[in-house]
Ligand binder design. Structure first.
Ligand SMILES: *Cc1c(COP(=O)(O)O)cnc(C)c1O
Length: 476
């Protein structure tokens, strides 16, 4: 399997070559040259693989279709090391829970940081360690987080050989639980930098460091952001596992509703559907930051300025542009790389928007690719959390609530189960849950009292020279 850039660069790369990279050299995103097709017999076989051998073995089957530069036995061992009941809380790894008529929740949030990002990041940690050892190289991951991504990265990379993590976050702006999760890590290779400023200041620091090519090369700076193909690929697996749990025969279809921000999660659903998984619809649920809902309703993709980006109670979906969206548009345009490059490389930077409403291809987003969308507000979120609690005794987190709200609006025929992806556990966003229910959500036993643990964090000014000096002094 070879990978290409959505913007038409001539290079074709293999999986391990793009594993440690971010964007393609022309600024595009990597995608496989084609989507491997899963036929009826294979899907039937994967049913027993999942039920009898488990999630890790299913992951190995799917990843093998995309990764041909890691020996099979090694890849299999990496999958089995990653997806264990110890790390993910249950043997099913992603159990389905019935909510109400035709509506299911797929639990993706029982990993170490209680958000779905663990599903991909835990595998990435093991893949990075494996590949770096094979090359005899080291990597310094430098990133910015406002919550979920940074902690998922740290828990995936902690104690891994050859990898250090330097993670900036806006000082004092994450929830107390999120701060405790990250700052309580005492591992030598994990460095928390609390920046005096807001999230944008952290992102500016990351940009400034990545633009200094000499520093970047000398200190082997890398990232783990959501455009990484390996993360997306790892997420494809749980769409298959959700389908297999919700159905008994391959003639049956399901739909998914996905709480979305950067379009990474639902893009994995698109890949699964392109492989032939019988998905009827992929419903994109947004919060007040409705860049994606606007596109699927109108054909206009309009990135927001920071003044136009709202701070909401489902903060992991607070985006101004959706960094994985280019992958889907590339497919929607019949893989026309020159046009993708004009839209994303030129028109978006000069005009901040593009408009496909008049193009007949736009209608195919729904008709051919199954996409639909909806949006949810703070009031919807509170109402959905209350309603699920009072009618079903189930507490959902704020992002998942956005998904449930939109899923109820978009539920199709009764014989097509609608699966809502549960992207975090409620304890991570306790203040909003308390606002909705009048009491705090349940806390898993292993997180009892984490706010009181000793913290390892360095408060620094939003100054790139200070950041560079910190990195220099912590690399031998
Ligand atoms: C990251 C995240 C999302 C959004 O996922 P994307 O892949 O960016 O669309 C939704 N919910 C939670 C809890 C998250 O952490």
């Amino acid at each position: 399997m070879k990978y290409l850039s959505t913007r038409g660069h001539a290079d074709r790369k293999r999986f391990c070559e793009i594993l440690l990279e971010g964007l393609a050299p022309d600024g595009g995103l990597y995608l496989p040259e084609h989507y491997p097709q899963v036929d009826d017999a294979t899907l039937t076989r994967w049913r027993s693989v999942y039920h009898e051998q488990g999630y890790a073995e299913l992951a190995f089957e799917i990843l093998s279709l995309y990764i041909d530069d890691i020996p099979a036995a090694d890849l299999q061992a990496l999958c089995h090391k990653t997806y264990t009941a110890e790390v993910f809380g249950t043997g099913e790894i992603v159990p389905l829970r019935h909510l109400e008529d035709g509506l299911w929740l797929e639990a993706l949030s029982n990993g170490p940081t209680l958000a779905f990002k663990d599903m991909a990041m835990q595998l990435l940690g093991n893949l990075f360690e494996y590949e770096l050892a094979r090359r005899g190289e080291e990597l310094n991951i430098f990133g910015a987080t406002s919550g979920d991504t940074g902690s998922a990265a740290e828990y995936a990379m902690r104690g891994k050989k050859g990898v250090r993590v330097f993670m900036t976050s806006p000082n004092g702006r994450m929830s107390p639980f999120q701060q405790a999760q990250m700052f309580s890590l005492q591992d030598e290779n994990i460095h928390n930098l609390a920046v005096e400023g807001v999230f944008d200041d952290c992102q500016d620091l990351v940009k400034a460091v990545s633009n200094d090519l000499e520093f970047k090369r000398k200190y082997k700076i890398g990232t783990v952001n959501s455009i990484n193909w390996a993360r997306l690929l790892a997420q494809v697996v749980y769409y298959f596992a959700g389908y297999i749990q919700a159905t008994e025969r391959n003639a049956q279809k399901v739909s998914f509703t996905v709480p979305s921000g950067n379009f990474g999660n639902v893009c994995a659903g698109h890949v699964a559907r392109m492989m032939g998984l019988p998905i009827e619809r992929l419903v994109v649920a947004t919060n007040e930051n409705d860049v994606l809902d606007e596109f699927f309703r109108t054909g206009v993709y309009r990135v927001r300025g920071s003044a136009d980006t709202h701070e909401t109670s489902s903060p992991s979906m607070d985006i101004s542009k959706a960094s994985n969206f280019e992958r889907f548009v590339f497919d929607l345009l019949g893989r026309d790389a020159a046009r993708t490059k004009r839209l994303f490389g030129e028109q978006l930077s000069s005009q901040g928007r593009f408009d496909l409403s008049a193009d007949p291809l736009f209608a195919q987003a729904a008709s051919r690719y199954g996409f639909a969308s909806g949006r949810s507000t703070h009031a919807d979120r509170l109402a959905t959390i209350r309603d699920n609690f009072s009618r079903h005794g189930v507490t959902v987190d704020t992002h998942t609530a956005d998904g449930v709200k939109v899923a109820r609006e978009q539920r199709g025929p009764a014989d097509v189960p609608m699966i809502v992806l549960e992207t975090a556990l409620p304890i991570k966003f306790a203040a909003t849950i308390a606002e909705a229910l009048g009491h705090e959500p349940e806390r898993p036993a292993r997180f009892e009292g984490i706010e009181a643990l000793p913290k390892k964090v360095k408060v620094i000014p939003a100054d790139v020279a200070v950041v560079k000096a910190y990195i220099e002094s912590h690399c031998p």
